[in-house]
Design a protein around this ligand. Structure first.
Ligand SMILES: Cc1cc2nc3c(=O)[nH]c(=O)nc-3n(C[C@H](O)[C@H](O)[C@H](O)COP(=O)(O)OP(=O)(O)OC[C@H]3O[C@@H](n4cnc5c(N)ncnc54)[C@H](O)[C@@H]3O)c2cc1C
Length: 413
């Protein structure tokens, strides 16, 4: 590799949330000099990526973290296996049941609190000599220089702006800052008429590692196993009802939940503090520019209906880390040829997940007679036709299409 003197870093990652931190850890074996810029410290209450949420990780995500040699650290703290999923259509006959036995893996996925993911990822970054952390510090602008990018960074407090040069800039800001607009990448974003209300609820029955997805006229209601007799609730709520649902007393909230879900999981009780999230849908046409790439939610945001958003971002991470690892000449790191190959390898997956989750919401979130019939028939067809069920399962588990080495659980180094 050629001399690196004019650049401060080989790779700068803006955003140390779930995706940015995962990318940094995946890049440890490259030996490249990496900087992560994060505006909110990972253990702060205000951290938007590591908060009260739990995420459902697919089997493919587990393999990626195994390849990155951090799965054991995550699982030793908390990773509740999902062994089967019960999907039903409130008030109608359609239902289906998906099981790990249908795909031959030890589980369909795992439910992990994002704070635990944050702790493991940040510990690993802190221990790695080729990763440098700048936090709290905010990237404020980007410009193109020969063979790379220049980033202006505002450290917390009244310190002067820092100017950092890098060969490759990866933006993983979750689409939260205006910074990715500066890469001139076209991005369309649509706000759903719904938000998600989250809480942890106790149930009178043991969950036996079963997750539930119940489609109601207002939108999907998901229960993920999380501890022995507790579930993480994700309740899609129309914006018109949001304020009222957030303000309900715990007793009334449980009563409404029981009415919407029924008693399949037993009796609900003890809801934790509720949090709500706006829901958006968007995807960029092409996530790359000259020595710049955007990953994770910054590149695609999907409805949480099938727990796909972060899993998709993690597959971006695996493919990008592999492309960087195999790139032989530091002097051309981040060049368009390398980034084009990466982008082409990821487009199909991103479009499929975006199309699939948006399609589910369009089909299942209304109560007109024809869609009601279509979704009943759809669920029954999945139930009665095992190849359709296997395809559906493998798709949502991230096991279809070309797999990167990391996505097969094989370390890069
Ligand atoms: C209700 C809900 C439930 C979900 N459940 C699931 C699930 O079960 N499974 C799943 O796969 N996905 C799920 N998701 C999606 C998942 O949460 C997101 O895909 C994931 O958080 C995206 O991570 P990210 O790192 O791309 O972005 P973010 O999590 O938004 O992180 C971005 C980071 O960048 C930092 N940042 C922003 N701007 C700057 C700047 N200018 N300078 C420095 N730092 C900056 C922010 O502080 C933040 O730390 C869910 C989402 C929601 C809303």
């Amino acid at each position: 590799m050629s001399d690196n003197a004019e650049y401060d870093y080989d790779v700068v990652i803006i955003g140390g949330g779930l995706v940015g931190a995962s990318l940094a850890v995946a890049l440890v074996p490259t030996g490249l000099n990496i900087l992560v810029v994060e505006s909110i410290e990972f253990d702060s209450k205000a951290q938007p990526s590591y908060d009260e949420r739990t995420v459902a990780l697919t089997h493919s995500a587990k393999l990626i973290y195994t390849g990155m040699e951090i799965w054991n650290a995550i699982a030793s703290q908390q990773a509740e296996p999902i062994k089967d999923i019960h999907i039903s259509n409130a008030g109608h006959f359609g239902k289906t049941h998906l099981s790990y036995q249908q795909v031959g893996t030890e589980a369909l996925g795992y439910v992990v609190p994002t704070r635990i993911l944050g702790k493991v990822l940040w510990e690993r970054m802190q221990q790695s000599s080729n990763i440098h952390l700048m936090t709290p510090a905010q990237a404020v602008s980007i410009s193109t220089i020969e063979g790379g990018k220049k980033i202006d960074i505002q450290p917390d407090g009244q310190k002067p702006l820092l100017h950092i040069k890098t060969r490759l800039l990866a933006i993983a800001d979750g689409g939260r800052s205006a910074i990715n607009a500066q890469l001139n990448i076209e991005r369309s974003i649509k706000e759903y008429e719904h938000a998600a209300v989250l809480s942890i609820v106790s149930t009178s029955k043991d969950h036996h590692h079963r997750a539930y997805e119940r489609f109601t006229p207002e939108g999907p209601l998901a229960l993920l196993p999380n501890g022995r007799k507790t579930h993480a609730l994700v309740w899609t709520t129309h914006k018109d009802n949001l304020e009222e649902r957030m303000r309900l007393s715990d007793e009334k909230f449980i009563e409404e939940l029981q009415t919407a879900f029924g008693d399949k999981a037993g009796n609900f009780s003890h809801p934790s503090k509720r949090n709500c999230y706006p829901l958006t849908h968007g995807i960029v046409k092409n996530p790359i520019s000259h020595h710049g790439v955007i990953v994770g939610n910054a590149a695609h945001t999907v409805h949480p209906v099938a727990g796909q958003g972060f899993n998709l971002g993690l597959r971006d991470v695996a493919a990008l880390a592999e492309a960087i690892y195999h790139h032989r000449h530091r002097s051309t790191l981040g060049g368009l040829e390398m980034l084009n190959n990466y982008s082409q390898s990821r487009q199909r997956d991103a479009r499929m997940v975006s199309w699939f989750t948006h399609g589910l919401i369009s089909l299942f979130s209304n109560d007109f007679v024809v869609p009601a019939l279509t979704r009943n028939l759809g669920l029954s067809a999945i139930e009665l036709f095992p190849p359709a069920k296997r395809f559906f399962l493998r798709r949502t588990m991230g096991l279809t299409g070309k797999q990167s080495k990391l996505a097969m659980g094989i370390p890069l180094g």
